[in-house]
Ligand binder design. Sequence first.
Ligand code: NAD
Length: 473
Amino acid sequence: MDRSFFMTIDGKPESGIGQFDVINPATELPVAQCPKADEAIVDRAVAAAKSAFPAWAATPIETRAALVDLLADALQSRIGEFASLLTAEQGKPVDQAQYEIMGSVFTLKAFAQMRPEQKLLKDDGHNRVIEHRTPLGVVAAITPWNFPVILVINKLGPALVTGNTMVIKPAPTTPLTTLLLGELCAEILPPGVVNVICDQNDLGAYLTQHPDVAKIAFTGSTATGKRVMASAAADVKRVTLELGGNDAAIVLDDVDVRQVAAKVYGGAMANAGQICVAIKRAYVPAPMYDDFCDELARLAKAAVVDDGSKQGATIGPIQNKAQYDKVKALLADARERGTVIAGGEALDRPGYFIPPTIVRDLPDDAPLVREEQFGPVLPVLKYTDIDDVIARANDSDYGLGGTVWGRDVERATAVAMKIDTGTVWVNQYLAIDANIPFRGSKQSGFGGELGQAGLDEYTQAHIINAVPLEAMA
Ligand code: NAD
């Protein structure tokens, strides 16, 4: 690509201490060079955010929200540029990349409408108690590589509207769209309000331990999330963790196989399975198990697996080599222990391509069932008893999402109520909405994003408890 990218510090481009290649996962060729920070540059980014904080926090909220809305418009006006860059660095088909950018625009616009609530907790004519919300300071936002744009936006919208400033660090395999976003921010926002730095997986700990960071907003794996939480402990930093998942889909016995298999397939294979809330294991009643598996296999075989920039591609590559190797290892084990009825082998071509794969007859303790595969490989498991399948779905350290599929919505909802995760969708999947809070249970997260609750995560509740002077003894 004939374009240079820069980090953004204090509103200015920063070329860093060197560069590294960002690889297109569909070709294994470099897309562009990414500038790299060191600890001194992290210090400068945090210092810029810290010195921008007082004026930004004092800026009227209506002005801050209007600037966030303006950022949404600017992003929308450059959707083509952002989407093609996203496809090049992340791999997803370009229509799905456009969807991610439009989702980011809607999310920013939704946050531009939200306000921290001021509550009157008591007013008895004598004692007046108010709870209002104040910004925290510098927010470190750290993101993974599956949705590099919207996962930054989910943090940026609420952080800025509530008056915080930011240092953003994208994943090293997908930094380019975040760098472009940093350039947009520099055009629209006061210097230092949004800073973007890049690393090669080596500066996250330094940033999260930085004494001038007040809050860490992290999305990524559970393993890294635990390290982030430990880092936060030293200064009792605020922390939100959006971590991994192993979402179960429970299909009830009153559904139409063809209709629901198509939905389950979509929930498992979107973004090549690289979604925290993708369907990662499907439980199907014994009487319809064979038909359901066959229908999933038919859909998998019809997929067009190709470079996301090619017209008609429905599923792109795995985003990076490490994840590709991990999915291949899970596949190798699944081939031994179960029956692969579609896909099953990485494609023999450049790029990290794994075709949609359906595996049946696996035991519950197979790694593909227990672990988060984060790839287009779906284990399909049989059940006969509803209480037993609920227990199997809940038998996980993760608790992010899940789906229940049933014609009788009340019955399906009753099952959903027993699934121990942050969100359960009934007869739909990935119904994420900027106005609805999203959070994980168990080892899938801590705190949450989106909705009013997600906005409040970027604030400190501040109680003012007043009585008249005459009340003093
Ligand atoms: P990862 O944990 O390896 O990396 C995430 C980010 O953390 C990257 O920017 C990385 O550079 C940074 N990092 C690495 N070491 C760090 C440290 N010690 N301190 C701070 N930051 C550090 O995750 P990944 O492989 O990039 O992403 C895939 C994972 O993300 C999956 O487990 C997926 O389920 C999860 N995810 C969760 C959600 C959610 O909302 N719950 C959304 C998307 C992805």
